[in-house]
Ligand binder design. Structure first.
Ligand code: 5RP
Length: 263
């Protein structure tokens, strides 16, 4: 691996632990002003100090982010569909390598929708982006997105297939959902690091910590959560607790204690 790509990845996977706390803030591209992320600038200034990297669109980085040279930048590079449109999975590429370089991005992210009518187009997007990024040492994060089909989110066989397909088409890291059933198979059969999304807000904070702990214990290399952080009334507590799970090996009970210290 070249120095440029290695250096960028070191701003995503903290060198001291090899693990990643990425804060997902890209939801507005399809969902508009979703609850908790109505004002991205405030969310970023509050939570960025606790994240290794931030994942957002060019619009959010250009208008809602104050550069401080600290957190890594993961530029969402696919979209152009919305939750009210005919098909959320019909994405196209929405950012270029030049835009990523202008932003000093550390990675570009694109979704693949395996098993949908747009499977081929979305995987082509990934492969094309990987081709564009390779000469510059720009890492690619593939997001194994499920569109509106939430059932797939818990299917280890589906997630294992989608993650492997992502790596085979040029992803340097893959974001997927955690499933309690056979997640080791998902991580074990994917040759690049896996980080997990949180998905819709869970019932309790403990549920979120349990998912993060279990995913890491089964081979995940980090988290890329959004709603379960910034839709929580104590988002700073959530970030601190999740960072302790990821980087310090904290247990679920430890994480609850950290959350409660911040309240
Ligand atoms: C959707 C995404 C989101 O960033 C991802 O779902 C993570 O956020 P959350 O934890 O809210 O699910 O990439 O395609």
């Amino acid at each position: 691996m070249g120095i440029g790509k290695a250096n960028r990845l070191a701003r995503i996977f903290r060198p001291s632990t090899g693990r990643a706390v990425m804060l997902a803030l890209d939801h507005g591209m399809a969902l508009g002003p979703i609850t908790g992320l109505e004002k991205p600038a405030g969310v970023i200034s509050l939570l960025a100090p606790y994240a290794d990297s931030l994942m957002a669109t060019k619009g959010v980085f250009n208008h809602c982010y104050t550069p401080d040279g600290r957190a890594g930048i993961v530029l969402r590079a696919s979209g152009a569909t919305t939750i009210v449109g005919p098909d959320l999975t019909a994405e196209t590429l929405t950012a270029t390598i030049d835009e990523a370089l202008m932003l000093s991005a550390d990675a570009m992210a694109t979704s693949i929708f395996v098993g949908t009518d747009n499977e081929r187009d979305s995987i082509e997007n990934l492969a094309a982006l990987a081709g564009d990024c390779a000469p510059y040492g720009m890492p690619i994060l593939a997001v194994t997105a499920v569109g509106k089909d939430r059932e797939k989110q818990f299917d280890a066989k589906y997630l294992g297939l989608a993650c492997r397909v992502a790596a085979e088409h040029g992803a340097d890291m893959v974001k997927t959902y955690f499933t309690p059933e056979s997640f080791e198979h998902v991580t074990g059969c994917c040759p690049v690091p896996i980080i997990i999304a949180g998905g819709p807000k869970m019932g309790t904070e403990e549920d979120v910590f349990r998912v993060a702990r279990a995913a890491l214990d089964q081979g995940a290399m980090g988290i890329d959560m959004g709603r379960n952080v910034w839709q929580n009334p104590n988002p700073v507590g959530m970030m601190k607790a999740l960072a302790a799970i990821v980087h310090e090996g904290a247990s679920v009970a430890d994480a609850v204690a950290i959350l409660n210290e911040v309240r």
